[in-house]
Ligand binder design. Sequence first.
Ligand code: AVI
Length: 321
Amino acid sequence: MKNPPKTMFESAFAEDTYKGLTSYPKFLLSKYIYDEKGDKLFQKIMQMPEYYLTACEFDILKMNSSAIADYFSSEKGFDLIELGAGDGKKTKILLQELVNKNLKFDYLPVDISQHALDELELSLKKEIPEVNVNVQQGTYFETLEKLSEYNSRKKVILVLGSNIGNLLHEKAVDFLANIGKAMSREDMLFMGFDQKKHPQAILDAYNDPAGITEEFNKNLLVRINNELEGDFDPEKFLHWESYNPETGTARSFLVSKIQQKVTINKLRLEVNFDAWESIHTEISQKYDDSIVNWLASEAGLSVEHSFSDKDNCFKNYIFRR
Ligand code: AVI
């Protein structure tokens, strides 16, 4: 079927999978890695010694928490809105500093998963009970829009990790511009960007010897099997990572080790793979100041300041509208 009717698909996952596996070259979207198992595998990745991003950002927040808190502070108080809070481990460093400085603020973590928000709220009650937590279940932009309609005080929007790196530049500009739309002049955006570095360090971070990243990448195939009645054999695919130091783009692939045919019942689709044919699954963009400045200006924002670790491995930037 060249252009199957939209009604044929039971979900966006089904439709995007059909599109990706009938395209040439084949691709799948990395956002679908994150089901319950994918979330757990990503937590494991963040604890791996090779995945330097977490430790570098942790150091930045620890070393600069006082200066960062001074940027956030506002006489009338402020709302600290975090997009994609996860387990909040890194955020807690900042929250503790804001409490130590006696600043007036509310913490509003935004996530699509109510379960993740409940866990975060519970752990904060135990660890930093002074923080006023107001969880927001929903998508990032709907929640930001809602919050900017009702609230008049300063907003500090927090996006930790280098989640923006999973977007192509065009989409990254849209992401920043959509955040910008919800910002007034006094608001600020504090966001993490993984930096260009020795190419081998990047390849090691995305291809660990324990095979956790491989399992994470192959979770796409497992999800297709579970949710769309596919018969992928993940063993017949190789996890492959590449890094282009010119563009700063790390790319993940699954490569078919043999010629094979895969059937996906719910898509009424048979997918043929030649030996060594690839499926592109994820990009993890690495940045430098000029790329970040360019993205910001395309999105109508400007960089006010940046904080980095001692090796310039990772940077957190403060943006204004
Ligand atoms: C979530 N995101 C920033 C991670 C990254 O570094 O691109 C996802 C990931 N993929 C492989 N390892 C980690």
